[in-house]
Design a protein around this ligand. Sequence first.
Ligand SMILES: Cc1cc2nc3c(=O)[nH]c(=O)nc-3n(C[C@H](O)[C@H](O)[C@H](O)COP(=O)(O)OP(=O)(O)OC[C@H]3O[C@@H](n4cnc5c(N)ncnc54)[C@H](O)[C@@H]3O)c2cc1C
Ligand code: SF4
Length: 322
Amino acid sequence: MLRLPPFVVLQPETPEQAVAAWHPEAVYMAGGTDLLPNLKHGLGAPKQLISLNRLPRGGILIEAEQLVVCASTTLSELAQSKLVRGLAPPLARAASLVASPQIRNAGTLGGNILLDTRCLFYNQTAFWRRALGHCLKAEGDWCHVIGGPKTCVAAQSSDTVPVLLGLDASVELLGASGARVLALRDLFRFNGMDHLKLEPGELLTRVFIPRPAPGFRGTYEKLRVRDSIDFPQLGLAISGTWEGTTPKTLDIVVGAAGPIPKPIGKLEAFCGQELTDEGIEAIAELVRKGTRPNEAIHGDPAWRRQMSAVMTRRALTALRDA
Ligand SMILES: Cc1cc2nc3c(=O)[nH]c(=O)nc-3n(C[C@H](O)[C@H](O)[C@H](O)COP(=O)(O)OP(=O)(O)OC[C@H]3O[C@@H](n4cnc5c(N)ncnc54)[C@H](O)[C@@H]3O)c2cc1C
Ligand code: SF4
């Protein structure tokens, strides 16, 4: 049986109290669906858990031409919200594809954005990791994926993050010296051991998503072993504005292929003209070239890379013909 380490649970009632309670041996806990399994695996042993469950719940609303989502919104609430389904359908879809209903009922958007990176050599029991001789991200000095002593390439495995990046979202962070707003694209760094550019103790409070322009169409496609529960082996977020079969803007972000989601460049060349089957093939090839999955998570990297093109072709054809 896997047991949790001993800790004290604090239950602040305001974000300010939560931030004031933070110290280097404490961690925030929202739904706990990422954090608690990790603690059971001996990945961290904080002295205090600062539960966010008693903080006021801000819900989902429209404010100054943007969708404002409180970090404590559960993935189920996000998936079912009429506002989100109407204004940012790929976000509702991505939330609906996370894990299982029970996990979506407890897991929050804030926790989904900030969840730890994942790796087959890391997300294991302490016994398993010890038998292997540990790895760079926890207790060891060697990466078993790339075979080196410096870089960890564990995968950023959130389903909502690629979509939020495509929607140009930003996050509100509350720290000891006040609140700041950070573009989501500036939150991540290419380092699976330390992939979030957060100041110590910063609390994610709200997520801002600009209201999409008229003609918006987008989707999120997910490759995984079992549709009922698994993390992504690859995530593909597409968003854009369309006039008939002509994309006016197009954004594609690939998730779960490394420590940071990968935006695909050079898509402007396909905008402002009808998107033909040949154009879709060319974009699928751009995505394939830009997607370099590694062996940190399940699935042959070459097959996942090839699937990025297949998923792009299918998703773009459906969006064009919608
Ligand atoms: C079996 C299983 C399958 C899963 N499948 C998927 C999947 O398919 N796709 C996917 O994306 N995820 C998956 N997850 C991971 C997880 O359930 C979700 O990512 C969930 O959204 C995490 O949210 P949470 O509120 O439970 O986060 P928590 O576990 O509470 O927290 C996660 C991390 O974020 C920090 N944190 C949380 N909220 C805040 C905040 N407001 N401010 C600062 N720090 C904060 C915590 O300290 C912790 O480090 C799965 C988990 C399990 C156990
Ligand atoms: S990518 Fe390498 S260092 Fe990172 S968790 Fe996996 S084995 Fe460890």
